[in-house]
Design a protein around this ligand. Structure first.
Ligand SMILES: Nc1nc2c(ncn2[C@@H]2O[C@H](COP(=O)(O)OP(=O)(O)OP(=O)(O)O)[C@@H](O)[C@H]2O)c(=O)[nH]1
Ligand SMILES: [Mg+2]
Length: 295
């Protein structure tokens, strides 16, 4: 039997460059939520691809940006920690525009980055490569790929496999992810919120699963959406409950697709003032608040 290889591969870059879409394309399954609006990913999402003797553990990250409030600090801290600890890095920058800035300039706190980094010019279906494609940049290989069409994905996988250290698998060969079903419920509720609510509302919103009736059919899930203000709560509910109904149906369909079973989603809306800037509320929703964060 040949030796096993395994690698954690962080998918990083600025917000809205197609990281989550790429994760889903790499593992062939919709695990990470995506949106035309930036900052849709708040917590890393893990997708596992095991083929023959190699296991690749992709970790989609929140976008690297300057944080404005504590939630954004926690998002950035998560992404930076994965840049530090992953075995290899896919650094995404859209095919449009000029040269990508050096990854080091987005994470100056880390100094130099020693792991293998592939520069991925994303959204290659919209921004195809120029005639003379640079094969490398700063001694890092450049790939053109589209998470939407799948173009370039096989070459990326080949690069990841080539950089996977000889090491036993990190997870079971059958595992597709590492996060609990509850996590995906709250993520898909947020994705539906990005689709159905106005510009700023999805940013003030977080979801929590209150009850998950294991073994029930359809699977009964009770969840609460928290927003920061009463006015926002009224907007999420909508006239006669219309908005929350549409949002809930959309989220339910997404959850059913991932879980491959019928779901009854009982969705509520409550206010939780300033949850985005309080360490204890952030911790409750799964964020690791960097030390020194304000209360
Ligand atoms: N045409 C095209 N659009 C893409 C591609 N990848 C992503 N998009 C679109 O770009 C937008 C952002 O995609 P995401 O995958 O959510 O980007 P992200 O980098 O994860 O964004 P954040 O999590 O907010 O940082 C969405 O509207 C996607 O549909 C691609 O390969 N081609
Ligand atoms: Mg994302």
């Amino acid at each position: 039997m040949s030796e096993q290889r395994s690698a954690t591969v962080a998918i990083v870059g600025k917000p809205n460059v197609g990281k989550s879409t790429l994760l889903n394309a790499l593992v062939g399954r919709k695990l990470a939520i995506t949106s035309a609006k930036p900052q849709s990913t708040r917590l890393p999402v893990v997708g596992i691809l095991t083929a023959e003797d190699t296991q690749l553990v992709f970790v989609d990250q929140p976008g690297l940006m300057h944080p404005g409030y504590l939630l954004q600090e926690a998002m950035r801290a998560a992404a930076v920690s994965w840049v530090r600890k992953s075995d290899a890095i896919l650094y995404l920058h859209p095919g449009s525009g000029g040269r990508p800035p050096r990854l080091e300039s987005l994470v100056p706190e880390l100094g130099s980055i020693r792991q293998p980094v592939a520069i991925v010019r994303s959204m290659a279906d919209r921004f195809p490569p120029p005639e003379a494609v640079p094969l490398s940049d700063e001694n890092r290989p450049v790939f053109w790929a589209s998470g939407l069409t799948g173009d370039g994905i096989p070459s990326l996988l080949e690069w990841c496999r080539a950089h996977a250290p000889i090491r036993p698998f990190l997870y079971d060969a059958d595992d597709l992810g590492t996060q609990p079903q509850r996590f995906f419920v709250t993520e898909f509720v947020r994705e539906a919120a990005f689709e159905h609510l106005g510009q700023e509302l999805p940013y003030s919103l977080v979801a929590e699963v209150d009850e998950f009736r294991e073994g029930s059919d359809p699977l009964y899930i009770r969840a609460t959406i928290y927003v920061e203000r009463e006015t926002q709560k009224r907007m999420v509910i909508g006239k006669g409950g219309k908005t929350i109904k549409t949002l809930g149906e959309s989220a339910r369909r997404k959850i059913e697709e991932l879980f491959e079973q019928q779901v009854y989603l009982d969705l509520w809306v409550k206010t939780l003032p300033k949850w985005r800037s309080k360490p204890h509320t952030l911790a409750r929703f799964g964020f690791s608040v960097p030390s020194g964060g304000s209360t």
